[in-house]
Design a protein around this ligand. Structure first.
Ligand SMILES: [Ca+2]
Ligand SMILES: [Ca+2]
Ligand SMILES: [Ca+2]
Ligand SMILES: [Ca+2]
Length: 306
């Protein structure tokens, strides 16, 4: 939004405040719970109105001078990682995080309020912080994906997750589940203390001995301490539903493929996003920059760090 339009909206909101709500502005003691800061919640539809949210983005709790004079254009973004700490990527622009609810009744329909956000009841407050970026469901591929010196159709399967938020995420007690016989089964439970900084990849192999972790990637394996891991990750070649869940069992990220829907199943190589992080899934060798590589656990398709 250009500055003139933004100023116009802020002035319009100010006029509303003065004309329609005199005496009520002092009721808004938080400056954030009422997204418009007009004391009325008029026109605030919970976050779906772009113009409303754009006007909210610079709202500092009622200081019109501060909004109009900051001279800041909204910063375009695709992921929260593109935004400064404390801001989120919403409708394509970085905006300060503002709680949209404090109790479930603030949310539409059956949605519930979790940490200031209205979400479907099965979604985690950390929903969207990680993306499935690459998945190898066909462990019987060429090469040795986990690099432990042996080829194993179960152990060499992997999922590559990347923290695309702008904060460090604690994965203690989180799980990776897959589906068999319509049952969600945990195939990996993240150990206490596992964390991921922004833009750090977390790769979980089906088993075996994972490579040493680095500053940009944490390598793990579904191992004997995990529930159900005698079957590895058990990513069915024909299709599966793979879900990253938080410690409360709520959904953080989903990858569905093949006969479970979503993206087509891929054999003999991994499926990866093209471009990394934001694109749709494709066979790894078809991704721009792959240079015939059939997988890239822990790196972008071209082998460079995230
Ligand atoms: Ca498989
Ligand atoms: Ca191996
Ligand atoms: Ca399965
Ligand atoms: Ca990769």
């Amino acid at each position: 939004m250009n500055l003139q339009l933004r100023i116009a909206i802020v002035v319009a909101l100010g006029s509303l405040l003065l004309a329609g709500c005199s005496g009520s502005s002092g009721n808004n003691d938080s400056g954030i719970a009422d997204a418009d800061a007009d004391g009325m919640q008029t026109g605030d539809d919970g976050g779906l109105d772009a113009a409303d949210d754009q006007a909210d983005a610079g709202d500092d709790g009622g200081s019109l001078d501060g909004d109009a004079g900051d001279g800041q254009q909204p910063q375009p973004c695709q992921l929260d990682f593109d935004c400064p700490s404390g801001q989120v990527c919403k409708l394509g622009f970085c905006q300060p995080f503002e709680p949209e609810c404090s109790i479930d009744d603030d949310c539409p329909g059956d949605e519930v309020c979790r940490e200031g956000i209205c979400l479907e009841s099965n979604l985690s407050p950390d929903f969207g912080t990680f993306v499935f970026n690459e998945v190898l469901t066909d462990g019987n591929t060429d090469g040795d994906p986990n690099g432990d010196g042996s080829r194993d159709g179960v152990e060499d399967e992997f999922v590559e997750l990347v923290n695309v938020s702008n904060r460090t995420i604690d994965l203690s007690g989180w799980t990776l589940t897959e589906t068999d016989w319509d049952v969600h089964l945990a195939r990996h439970t993240f150990a206490a203390g596992v964390q991921a900084d922004p833009l750090v990849a977390v790769v979980v192999f089906g088993g075996g001995e994972p490579p040493d972790s680095t500053d940009t990637v944490t390598y793990l394996a579904a191992n004997a301490q995990d529930p159900g891991t005698q079957y590895g990750l058990d990513l069915d070649d024909a299709g599966d539903l793979v879900v990253l869940r938080d410690a409360a069992g709520l959904t953080v990220a989903v990858f569905a493929y093949g006969d479970e829907g979503g993206t087509p199943a891929v054999s003999d190589e991994s499926a990866t996003r093209d471009p990394d992080l934001t694109g749709d899934f494709t066979a790894h060798t078809q991704a721009d920059g792959a240079q015939s590589a059939i997988f890239s656990p822990g790196t972008r398709v071209d082998g460079t760090a995230f």
